[in-house]
Design a protein around this ligand. Sequence first.
Ligand code: 4NP
Length: 170
Amino acid sequence: MAESEKISLAFCCLGNICRSPMAEAVAKHTIAELGYADRFGEFDSMGTAAYHVGESPDHRSAQVCRIHGVPIDHSARQVSKQDFSRFDYIFAMDANNLADLKRIQPRSSKAKVVLFGEYGYDSSFPKIVQDPYYGGVNGFERNYEQIVHFTKASYNPFYKISVPGSRKST
Ligand code: 4NP
């Protein structure tokens, strides 16, 4: 596939050390496993806040990814206006992340900013990927299960990528 046709994805949470680096890692790994890596360009993640810029993923995210055999490697960064022209999709983990992204998105930039959980088709997975930072590792495991579900829902060959509520698909 031509480079220009490839889809670039980014995932966004608050601190960019727990949920979104996990989502980036799971998406990259799952897409490769499904055999669709050649359709995708960049994978990345970022936070709406700058508290943890430069830090590695939280050890509990790293632990859950390791248990599931998903490689994770990221340096936390804060979202910038350029991200909205660099990525085709920016997936928000919760409603605050979504609102913050929409507030700073430059007009007419290309990124589609979507709540990642909108892709779920099984209602036993809540749409919001909750902030796990102040809880135990169980919260990270729950985040992981949701993220795997939303990833498969959005990228498997039957669902493709489409923006919920829109008929346009890529
Ligand atoms: P994340 O989790 O947004 O999933 O990376 C958090 C990380 C740090 C903080 C909050 C949430 N914090 O308040 O420092």
